[in-house]
Design a protein around this ligand. Structure first.
Ligand code: HEC
Length: 170
């Protein structure tokens, strides 16, 4: 093989690798919100509102029926919360506060947890089903400035199930 041919081959390989990398990088750059977008689309399809923007603009969650909710399903769904919360009596605070007895309790119900100023400002208000429905639907919309970085539970029956199970932890 001549030197020239080797150079051309190396150049072609290089170009190929650069093209692959560029494709990968631009994919990461331009599609970083896949999950969020898909979640909106699923929510839109389920609520029958069609396009995503209508759901993004939704300012209130659907009303829920905790009485008829599936408590076993709620326990399963609450595994998502367990990365940041414990639920048992006397359980430690993690990224988020221990949630034992939170249903019916005050906002910022634990005295040994460093809440955000936004959550502290709500102290005195009760965590009833309605408040929890709003918060678990969209923490950021319910308590602007909260440090609970959780996108929310879009399905009304899933929120009802989690709240029903949470209400057994007291
Ligand atoms: C990524 C971590 C994270 C996840 C996941 C998470 N939370 Fe939280 N949660 C927090 C943090 C942090 C706070 C404190 C918020 C503040 O001070 O603004 C909080 C606060 C709360 C509060 C208010 C507690 C109080 O004493 O007023 C409730 C209720 C709550 N979370 C329920 C849930 C439930 C139910 C889930 C699962 C569906 C969940 N959280 C998932 C981090 C999380």
């Amino acid at each position: 093989m001549s030197m020239e041919f080797n150079k051309i081959l190396a150049a072609l390989l290089c170009a190929g690798i650069i093209a692959m990398l560029a494709g990968f990088v631009s994919h990461k750059l331009y599609h970083p919100h896949h999950l969020e977008k898909d979640a909106y689309e699923i929510a839109a399809a389920e609520s029958g509102t069609g396009a995503g923007p209508a759901v993004a603009e939704q300012t209130e969650p659907e009303v829920i029926d905790v009485a008829t909710a599936d408590v076993a399903k709620g326990e399963k769904l609450a595994k998502v919360c367990a990365s940041c919360h414990t639920f048992e009596s006397g359980g430690p605070n993690k990224v988020g506060p221990n949630l034992f007895g939170v249903v019916g309790g005050d906002h910022a119900h634990k005295s040994d947890y460093p809440y955000s100023d936004a959550m502290k400002a709500e102290h005195g208000k009760k965590w009833d089903y309605d408040a929890l429905n709003k918060f678990l639907w969209s923490p950021k919309k319910a308590v602007p400035g909260t440090k609970m970085t959780f996108l929310g539970i879009k399905k009304p029956e899933d929120r009802a199930a989690v709240i029903k199970w949470l209400d057994t932890q007291k």
